[in-house]
Design a binder for this molecule. Structure first.
Ligand SMILES: Cc1cc2nc3c(=O)[nH]c(=O)nc-3n(C[C@H](O)[C@H](O)[C@H](O)COP(=O)(O)OP(=O)(O)OC[C@H]3O[C@@H](n4cnc5c(N)ncnc54)[C@H](O)[C@@H]3O)c2cc1C
Length: 360
């Protein structure tokens, strides 16, 4: 993956064939049970996959994040019929799955979403706009969240599988500063008729089901960012061993080696926090606060480390000849996606102080 990481960015291409290849290797099947074509990996294994794939290609690590998140939600909450119909294609990577929660006027406050789903005979009719959706214009299927009871907030939201080829679905790509191949954008739903059997989980329970899934994706995202940063550090360490100034390799100067030691230390500390959080999840122990800590610190620590790598590579680091500037652009996005730093701090504070003290 590594030799082509910058190529897909420059060409603006979603590397579908690589996504399929990762599917053949089981990377898109991690959180799906064997009966539906999955490999039933534990959460720790999914973390290793996110980190390692992101070392090669940060964007292809979205295959781990999206398919672990949607795969786990479907595996846990979809009907047997839905699982049989959709999970094999998710597991083998032949179809790309997106998750659509955010809207133009409902991001951090996701429960304020306006998209509605109205029951009509054997169907639900969905109308609204989902924004900032990873893989919006390349996914064949999206797990879409919509209000089934508009009189309620989070308790009136349901989840639906929506094939993006259905009549009334329109997608638009954004000009994001990073993760260009991931084709992030809007999914506009104009009276889209979805079979009632495509409801995932119980009506009005969608929000709670996805929130549990976010406890997984947030930790995986942190490891995705850390993997990219560790790769930049490795490449920078190789460079400073051979680049000479004033008669010595750069690595001899503490002004160069200490920042690397500092960022390596911080990344490793966050990394092991992530694996502990995944270990807690594998044992069904509480880990919501740990997931929020990981999601806050993972991208932040990675951004700081990659920034330092750019500086230590001198002018070369600032060019597009090296992958560091792209990693920085790509990783910054995940300081926002799946919940900003403030959102994570709100969760941590809520877990520390109790719900009586929450600000929302
Ligand atoms: C790389 C990337 C990938 C994404 N992928 C997806 C996806 O696949 N599916 C999906 O549904 N969405 C996705 N999103 C959307 C993302 O989840 C939202 O952008 C995010 O939740 C923030 O919402 P917002 O953009 O509306 O910002 P807002 O909620 O408007 O927040 C703006 C700023 O105000 C701060 N803020 C808001 N409320 C408070 C508060 N109470 N206290 C303090 N500060 C506050 C926020 O932290 C932020 O800094 C993605 C976004 C990015 C950038």
């Amino acid at each position: 993956m590594l030799p082509n990481y910058t190529r897909w960015d420059r060409e603006g291409i979603f590397p579908r064939q690589m996504w399929h290849r990762l599917g053949q290797l089981g990377v898109t099947a991690l959180r799906v049970d064997e009966a539906h074509g999955g490999v039933e990996a534990d959460a720790v294994t999914a973390g290793i996959a996110a980190e390692e794939v992101a070392r090669g290609d940060f964007n292809l690590a979205y295959s781990v994040i999206l398919h672990s998140l949607v795969g786990e939600i479907l595996n846990q909450h979809a009907s047997d019929h839905l699982k049989r119909e959709w999970l094999p294609a998710l597991a083998n990577g032949t179809k790309v799955f997106a998750i659509a929660v955010t809207e133009p006027s409902a991001g951090s406050d996701a429960a304020a979403m306006q998209t509605r789903a109205v029951r009509d005979g054997d169907s639900y009719v969905l109308t609204g706009e989902k924004s900032g959706i990873s893989a919006a214009t390349v996914a064949e299927v999206a797990l879409v969240f919509a209000k089934t009871d508009r009189s309620k907030g989070a308790k009136g939201i349901s989840a639906f599988l929506v094939p993006t080829g259905l009549s009334g679905v329109r997608t638009e790509v954004y000009q994001d500063m990073g993760t260009v191949p991931i084709a992030r954008g809007s999914i506009v739903l104009d009276s889209v008729r979805v079979p009632a059997k495509y409801l995932v989980g119980a009506e009005n329970r969608g929000f709670y089901e996805v929130m549990n899934g976010f406890d997984l994706s947030r930790i995986l995202i942190a490891l995705q960012c850390i993997g990219a940063a560790l790769q930049s550090l490795d490449e920078t360490m190789a460079f400073v061993k051979v680049r000479h100034t004033f008669g010595h390799p750069l690595a001899k100067y503490q002004g160069v080696s200490f920042p690397i030691a500092e960022h390596y230390t911080k990344l490793q500390m966050v990394r092991w926090h992530c694996y502990r959080a995944l270990w807690l999840r594998d044992r069904s122990l509480p880990h919501t606060m740990e997931a929020a800590m990981a999601k806050w610190m993972g991208p932040k620590t990675a951004v700081e480390a990659i920034h330092q790598c750019i500086l230590l590579n001198g002018h070369a680091g600032y060019t597009k000849d090296l992958p560091h500037e792209q990693r920085l652009r790509d990783v910054i996005g995940l300081e926002i996606g799946d919940g900003t730093a403030q959102t994570q701090q709100m969760i941590i504070a809520r877990e520390l102080f109790g719900r009586a003290y929450k600000s929302y």
